[in-house]
Every structure is written in C-alpha cells, then in structure tokens.
Ligand binder design. Structure first.
Ligand SMILES: [Zn+2]
Length: 263
C-alpha cells in the first residue's frame, strides 16, 4: 500500500485527508514514465489515470493533417487522464512525456469508485479541472497573441520547472515543432535567435541548455501569470480539501478525518 511519503510527491494526492487517500492507496501502482513515451493518444480509451510524482508531460492536440500543438504541461501539481473522472471514456488529447519521472497509476473504474465515496476526492478532481481550464484558456490566448519566440520561452520555463533543476532540457527540434505548432524551419530560426540572445546556451544532440534569467526575459507575461494562477488554485484547493470539504453523512464516522491525520 502507498504511504504518505509516496503520495506527497503529487500535490493533488498530498492534499487528501489520510482516510480518503486510503481509499485510493491499495489500487495505486508506482510506474516509471520515460521520455518520449506516449501515455495516451487523442481519441483512445483512457486506460489509466496517472498522478506524476516527478517529470513533465505535454498534452498535444493533433489535427488530421498531422499538425500538432501543445495545450498544457502537467507535472506533480496535476494528473493525466483525469477527464475520465468527469465522465469521459476517451482522451481529448495526446499525452507525451517530455521529462522522465515517476507516477502513481490507477484504473478509471477504481478511481471512480473511490471518488463516489469521498467528497475530498471529488473536490480534488474539481481543483485539477479548474487549474487545467485556466492553463488551456491562457495557452489559447498566448498562441493567438504572442510571438513564437516568446511562446517557446514559456514552454521551456514550464518544462524547466518540472526538470529537477537541470538546465539541460532533452528537446529536439522536432519536439519543439510539435509543442509550438510551427514548421521545423521556423524552429531553427527561433532557436538561432535565442542562441544569439544567450537565452539558449547550446543546442546539441537533442539537448537544449537554457539560461533561465535570460529565458524569463524573452518569455511573454503568460508564463508568470499562468504559473501563479495554477499554483494558487492547487494550493488553495489543497487547503480546502483538508479543512473545508464537507463530509457526506454516513460515509464515515464523525471525526475520522482528524483521527486519521498523521497516520
Ligand atoms: Zn504569451
């Protein structure tokens, strides 16, 4: 069974009261998520929910003509496949691992059973949905209004936040093209511009070395606004889960949430 030390790696799970986490724990399996692996493809049945403990996952929309664009970056503040908890059986986007890490995996059926018994788990789904909607709306605005260079800087900063402090990001030109929804020739041009401004220190063998302060200067304001809003939603939501979520009558004995604290 997963203990507290394991779940704290994911901010959504860490916020659950112990008695509610205990409903999920027997079904959670720790898995490695490898860079470039596709966790689910757009339109495929959602087989697993994944709560990342580390690493970064990009959600990508693929159009019928093969064009792609990233819509969100998900790390240990979120989950992949959680739309299944909202009733969707098929994935609305493709989820690709950009930075390797680990995750806790559970089947949608087992998650739904726990969710129906636990108001805090249901609240956790709402918290993540709100943070994801915020991200999607902001990315829509950013994609329409800001330059490719500023957008690339934003995505790299979001990925760097989830890269365990390493300034070397495993990103090929193809990966960048997939995130940005632009041709490889545009990527080549933007990367050389950012090399000239020293926001990118090197790009060799599929590794981009970033200069974080310079990259922040190139990025549009979207990076900071989005990071702050998502952090606020997840942090406030977490406080709400522990202190504010109403217990469904009869679902458990009074005071059991407090009694379970620290177990
Ligand atoms: Zn922007």
């Amino acid at each position: 069974m997963m203990d507290h030390a394991t779940r704290v790696g994911n901010r959504l799970l860490a916020a659950l009261p112990p008695a509610d986490f205990a409903l999920l724990a027997p079904h959670l399996r720790k898995v490695v998520i490898e860079r470039d692996s596709v966790l689910v493809r757009s339109g495929d049945r959602i087989e697993h929910l994944l709560f990342p403990l580390s690493g970064a996952i990009a959600t990508i929309v693929e159009l019928p003509n093969g064009q792609t664009v990233a819509t969100a970056i998900i790390g240990n503040e979120g989950a992949v496949g959680l739309t299944s908890a909202l009733g969707a059986s098929h994935s609305p986007a493709t989820a690709v691992v950009r930075i390797s890490g680990a995750a806790l995996q559970i089947s949608p059926a087992q998650f739904l059973t726990a969710q129906h018994r636990s108001p805090p788990i249901a609240s956790m789904v709402q918290v993540f949905t709100r943070s994801l909607l915020t991200q999607l709306q902001h990315v829509a605005a950013c994609n329409a209004l800001h330059s490719v260079e500023a957008r690339l800087a934003c995505w790299l900063l979001h990925i760097h936040d989830r890269a365990n402090g390493s300034d070397l990001l495993p990103m090929t030109q193809e990966t960048l093209s997939e995130l940005l929804g632009v041709r490889r020739t545009t990527v080549t041009h933007v990367v050389s511009t950012m090399r000239a401004s020293r926001a990118l220190k090197s790009n060799r063998r599929g590794q981009l070395e970033i200069d974080r302060p310079r990259l922040e200067a190139v990025a549009c304001e979207c990076y900071k606004i989005m990071s702050r809003r998502i952090d606020r939603i997840v942090s406030h939501g977490a406080v709400g889960l522990v202190h504010g979520a109403p217990a469904r009558s009869g679902s458990r004995s009074p005071g059991s949430r407090i009694a379970g604290t620290g177990s």
